[in-house]
Design a protein around this ligand. Structure first.
Ligand code: G5P
Ligand code: MG
Length: 220
């Protein structure tokens, strides 16, 4: 008899430019999960000039976190629309408070944590180009667009993110370091944390793929 596939919920965490977005797009290509990125969600609110977006931008441009209550409400609302779906949450939670709020609202099966050396990260950000409405990312060296400055899929313009300027990048890295430890301990305590260490996405990806192939329950 036909049975819908079992629901699977994953989180992907890592420093700025550790490759969360890049690896997420490979995960959704190969496994049937809906991708939800906190940063992409905020950027689409900014693009639509909503009240939340305008407020969030003041924090993002400095490389600081958007306040927990605002961010958690946004994400919990979006996840409520995905009750029947498997999902992959990218860049949330970023504080222990967010992890606790998520835990009160949703079940999570696995947490993928990317560990990429800092000097690699700083180099990558300088070459990143983003298609804002889809969240697709390119890098002038690693995965350049077919036409410089243009999104492969839509033909629209690519931009450099406001928070990819050097001062904001330094602040984003500091913010990450200041908050990540208790989050990882929280998920390790739940026995669902899986660390992936490496310098390059192409080195980390096969391990993530193998791990998910074994973790995701097979449908039928
Ligand atoms: P975001 O949008 O979540 P970050 O800083 O956490 O931003 P970011 O910058 O989006 O993370 P990423 O997704 O981890 O990075 O990395 P990526 O985009 O895939 O890859 C980075 C670049 O490297 C790309 O150009 C890619 O092509 C290239 N690349 C990938 N792999 C390789 C490789 O192997 N080699 C090379 N050479 N290049 C490679 O959050 C932004 C802001 O939103 C707010 C905060 O203000 C935050 O600063 N925010 C929140 N605030 C509060 N709570 C939350 N939960 C929040 N979430 C977002
Ligand atoms: Mg990202």
């Amino acid at each position: 008899a036909l049975r819908s596939s079992p629901i699977f919920r994953a989180i992907i965490l890592g420093a700025p430019a550790s490759g969360k977005g890049t690896i997420s797009s490979r995960i959704v290509r190969d496994f049937k999960l809906k991708h939800l990125s906190g940063g992409d969600l905020l950027r689409s609110q900014i693009g639509a000039k909503t009240e939340v977006g305008l407020m969030a931008k003041t924090f993002m441009d400095k490389g600081s976190l958007v306040p927990d209550d605002v961010m958690s409400a946004l994400i919990i609302n979006e996840l409520a629309l995905l009750k029947q779906h498997s999902w992959l949450l990218d860049g949330f939670p970023r504080t222990l408070k967010q992890a606790e709020t998520l835990n009160q609202n949703e079940h999570v099966d696995v947490v993928i944590s990317l560990d990429v050396p800092e000097e690699e990260i700083v180099q990558r950000i300088a070459g990143r180009w983003t298609h804002i409405s889809s969240g697709r990312v390119y890098n002038t060296e690693f995965n350049p667009p077919k036409v410089p400055g243009i999104d492969d899929v839509t033909g629209e313009k690519l931009i450099q993110r406001d928070d990819d300027k050097p001062e904001a990048v330094r602040q984003r890295l500091q913010t990450y370091e200041a908050n990540i430890k208790p989050i990882l301990e929280f998920y390790d305590g739940h026995g669902i944390l899986k660390l992936f260490k490496g310098r390059f996405t192409n080195e980390i990806w096969p391990k993530v793929h193998g791990f998910l192939s074994e973790s995701i329950p097979k449908s039928n």
